[in-house]
Design a protein around this ligand. Sequence first.
Ligand code: ATP
Ligand code: MG
Length: 347
Amino acid sequence: MSARTRSINLAVIPGDGIGPEVVEQGLKVLNAVLPQDVKLETTEYDFGARRYHATGETLTDADTEALKGHDAILLGAIGDPSVPSGVLERGFLLKLRFAFDHHVNLRPSKLLPGVATPLAGQPEIDFVVVREGTEGPYTGNGGTIRKGTPHEVATEVSVNTAYGVERVVRDAFERATARPRKKLALIHKNNVLAYAGHLWTDVFHRVAAEYPEVTTEYMHVDAATIYLVTQPERFDVIVTDNLFGDIITDLAAAVSGGIGVAASGNINPSRAFPSMFEPVHGSAPDIAGQGKADPTATVLSVALLLRHLGYETEAARVEEAVAADLGGRGTAARTTEEIGDALAARV
Ligand code: ATP
Ligand code: MG
């Protein structure tokens, strides 16, 4: 997006489960694709279950300070059944997202040739979801009264600010402008969620006036789940709130090749803080250490990372390598390392 540097100072967080296995392949491909004169420096951080069990820490202020010094972060996966649910999500992932103001959660969905989809035929799926990352129901606003009684009341407040909505809507328009089809869909539920829905819709229309070349549409989230299955080719760029984005991107991943190929970026477009790139999947403890994990999602996350740092040519080369590899993969099962080697050789 902005001028590229001649060095990349990368924070690497292998994390838990299959995280270290897939990150190793991602780094292999990154090393292979970078021009010789670009210096890649990596620093590994041990966040995740092991650190939590050893010290009780998830992410300290000193950790955040250390991470600030990097150009970008590559994450494998954080999470393990041995850690109570929510501890690492809130203590690491959400904490970092708020500390670095990762307000754009970017999740591309592209069905590559030769990749199986549960949909009929081989629809042309190539869209990107821009999910708001720091507001909506994810701010921890709410509470419980009369807890444990039959009259318990729980509230979970969705926070939507003009500032927060506008910056993510603007980012989505910028991304739509840069794509050939230049289409942008706002997904919300403004018929029921009147206050937040109208803020989103008003901001969307106001910003749209500045981008006359972008074709826009509005869709309720429930209708969107239908169209993502019946007409996924109609989407180009989608912008939506934090919770709707969480749900529809999992659906999008399911129809466009599955969790093994779904990449994501937690982005601060201003680059005031490092952005973090990670596969959508989790630590998959059920297959950890067996060489069965598909590193493709991590490799595609590396492509997003490269593009974010201004290495467009290299990003495209990684994506082309993945497309060629998936097309030629056939039915033969390959190990995590074999796939990583094949992709590194292709770039
Ligand atoms: P989290 O809570 O961290 O999101 P999860 O249990 O919801 O974790 P995943 O860890 O993503 O979900 O795993 C879901 C299923 O998908 C598991 O059965 C796992 O084996 C499989 N899976 C996840 N990632 C991969 C991958 N890269 N390659 C192959 N299978 C995978
Ligand atoms: Mg999950």
